[in-house]
Design a protein around this ligand. Structure first.
Ligand code: ATP
Length: 302
């Protein structure tokens, strides 16, 4: 038992870190098979659907019993639509995506997909329907081919090449001296933030899920890379139900609906034009960001 302690402890630490950062969740689940926080209901249903409507109904949630993080969060994303969430750091934006992926169960209220409570679905089928482009993609110390194919390990080479093309990373790969066999990750070629996000986009294109979560990088990318990533995001989110956790308002301008969150509550909602017209928090954030761009050319949102 003592011999088991150290590896289990390390696994536990890795589990907590990965759980926190929303990265690489599928790998974690295939490693651990079970998530201690949530269990499949005995009569859990398999989600079968190529279109998914998402609804948060009066969701309350806290990671700890004595500290509530979300208060009555309520919204709907019709199948194929895009909802963007903005708000200051710690407002609870990423928590929404952790709950949708069912890392945790809500304390009150419910989350539905196509009218079914996600607690009544098998975790495996729920997660098979959700693709995540995280802030910081974890790369395995393996070839770039493996790292993209990981989105759907049974994909053919042609499909993998097509996914890389759609994610605008094919040219980059083909120009590498060792091409698709180039080792990336900690012990291989280090990719930039924008390149890593394109690997994640290519993985997601391969996985082809009806629901997409895009957790925008907090760190500012150069404006050319940012524009390119936004164009790729627009292409893959077309016809998918998309939740964007946004740090830059430029990403959310075209969303069907924008939620503005503050301290775990939705304080404003509407599309970009409607929110500007409301002249509230969103309008102030927008004005602030525009003046930052004018002054520094840097579109990062603090
Ligand atoms: P950011 O823009 O900085 O990413 P966010 O709006 O996404 O912030 P969340 O990550 O959803 O914010 O966090 C909301 C609150 O929940 C924060 O106060 C944070 O400290 C807390 N929190 C997040 N994860 C945990 C956790 N695993 N255990 C306890 N508290 C947590």
């Amino acid at each position: 038992l003592i011999q088991l302690y150290a590896p289990l402890n390390i696994l536990g630490m890795a589990y907590r870190e990965i759980k926190q950062s929303l990265t690489d969740m599928e790998k974690m689940f295939s490693l651990l098979h079970q998530n201690a926080e949530v269990q499949d209901a005995p009569d859990a249903q398999i989600l079968h659907s190529s279109a998914a409507a998402v609804a948060f109904q009066q969701v309350d949630f806290g990671y700890e019993a004595n500290r509530q993080i979300l208060h009555g969060v309520d919204f709907q994303i019709p199948a194929g639509h895009t909802l963007a969430v903005v708000g200051s750091s710690g407002a609870g934006k990423s928590t929404l995506s952790r709950l949708l992926f069912r890392f945790y169960d809500v304390n009150a209220g419910a989350i539905h997909i196509n009218g079914q409570d996600i607690r009544q679905l098998t975790q495996a089928s729920l997660r098979a329907h959700i693709g995540i482009v995280p802030q910081d993609t974890v790369l395995f110390n393996d070839s770039i081919y493996y790292n993209i194919a990981y989105g759907r390990p049974d994909a053919s080479r042609e499909e993998i090449i097509e996914a890389a093309r759609s994610a605008h990373i094919l040219d980059f790969i083909e120009k590498l001296p060792q091409g698709w066999d180039t080792t990336v990750g900690e012990r291989g070629l280090k990719l930039s933030g924008g390149e890593k996000q394109r690997v994640a986009i290519a993985r997601t294109i391969l996985k082809n899920p009806p629901i997409l979560i895009f957790d925008e990088a907090t760190s500012a990318l150069d404006s050319k890379t940012e524009k390119a990533i936004q164009a790729e995001l627009a292409a893959i989110s077309a016809n998918r139900t998309t939740l964007i956790i946004a740090h830059r308002l430029s990403t959310v301008v075209d969303a069907d609906e924008i939620l503005v969150m503050e301290a775990g509550r939705v304080v404003e909602r509407g599309n970009h034009r409607a929110l500007l017209a409301q002249n509230g928090l969103y309008a102030r954030m927008w004005a602030l960001q525009q003046s930052e761009i004018e002054q520094t050319g840097d579109p990062a949102l603090a």
